[in-house]
Design a protein around this ligand. Structure first.
Ligand code: NAP
Length: 313
């Protein structure tokens, strides 16, 4: 993956001692988030499981740590942005994880999208040694991470949130405190239910236009200005019409998120009707080789079944 350069202006001043942040996970989201934290004047020390991604960051002048434990020992705040619940457990609670280098009053912020229950479990384990944890998943995609315009939904101790707002402001625009541990992840699950349903509707709308022989450019322009307007239509609908199915946000990650939603709903005995179908649809797409595509590839299954493509040539 090419390194994505975010809004890199240097606001550092000599007279303010900024926090040192240890950052774990230099994926599509992590790399630009690190760049925006540097831009905000923070000292960074980073770690990534696959060393080649760290080396790219080293070229920007970022210090590379040997393990999550080393980051915990040396930083004021540790941030993780890795894939799933098991991965956060590994980098925090595993051998050479954050916990093994942690000290009392360290702040741990997990910005991955994971299960609210696992978040609470990790938070409780860290709490035993005096570490304060925030769950702070994000929305806004790769573009939001690059531009520093993420929406950040935060759970955990209110005071820790207030002390960490400067960090969140370097990466995001809308920063909302959602309640105690796990509530950031609950909010993100709500976000994903809405995002997935909207993507399904955008895909069905565009395939309908293609099958009806409509002028797709005209349809897109017309509906983008009305009540059907949405981030998904404007950004991902436009990509569909160009035949651009690169991620953004990968199908396999969306499936992971919808599974988090469905597991939580099951636990609450809450019936959901649309989200399980969309999850199955994404599963079929993944089995068809589309797991690494962007979520806009949802329409590809519809295109296969209907024999038309929604493109502007
Ligand atoms: P990504 O590009 O696949 O990066 C995942 C990162 O996690 C990589 O740095 C990977 O390390 C690391 N990782 C995974 N498992 C690990 C483990 N067991 N131990 C150590 N490191 C591990 O994913 P991403 O798009 O940046 O997403 C990161 C998180 O943000 C996910 O929870 C995702 O759901 C969420 N998110 C993503 C988007 C988006 O648009 N992409 C939007 C909102 C939220 P390696 O380099 O070694 O594989």
């Amino acid at each position: 993956m090419d390194l994505i350069v975010g809004r890199f202006e240097d606001h550092r001043t000599d007279d303010i001692v900024m926090k040192t942040i240890g950052f774990i996970g230099l994926g599509i989201m992590g790399q630009p988030m690190v760049q925006n934290l540097m831009n905000g004047g923070f000292q960074l020390i980073v770690w990534n499981r696959t060393a080649s991604k760290s080396e790219k960051m080293a070229k920007l002048g970022v210090e590379i740590g040997a393990s999550p434990a080393e980051l915990a020992r040396r930083a004021d705040v540790v941030i993780s942005c890795v894939t799933d619940s098991a991965d956060v457990k590994e980098v925090v609670l595993g051998p050479e994880g954050v916990l093994s280098g942690a000290y009392s009053d360290l702040v741990m912020i997990d910005m991955s999208t994971i299960s609210p229950d696992v978040t609470r479990e990790i938070s409780a384990k860290l709490g035993e040694v005096g570490v304060f944890m925030l769950d702070a998943p994000v929305s806004g995609g790769q573009w939001g991470a690059v531009n520093g315009t993420l929406s950040i939904m935060v759970g955990g101790p209110l005071e820790t949130f207030q002390e960490s707002e400067d960090i969140f402001k370097a990466m995001g625009e809308r920063i909302v405190y959602c309640g105690p541990a796990g509530m950031g992840q609950v909010t993100k699950a709500v976000n994903q239910i809405i995002v997935a349903g909207t993507m399904a509707a955008v895909s069905e709308g565009l395939i309908f236009a293609a099958k009806a022989g409509a002028d797709i450019a005209a349809v897109f322009e017309a509906v983008s200005g009305g009540a059907a307007q949405s981030w998904q239509l404007e950004n991902l609908g436009a990509r569909i019409l160009k035949g651009d199915f690169d991620p953004g946000f990968m199908v396999k990650l969306q499936q992971k998120d919808l599974q988090i939603v469905l597991d939580a709903a099951q636990k609450m005995q809450l019936p959901l009707f649309t989200t399980p179908i969309i999850n199955q649809f994404y599963r079929a797409l993944e089995l068809d080789g589309g797991g690494d595509s962007g979520t806009q590839a949802y329409i590809k299954m519809l295109e296969k079944m209907s024999g038309v493509e929604a493109r502007i040539s």
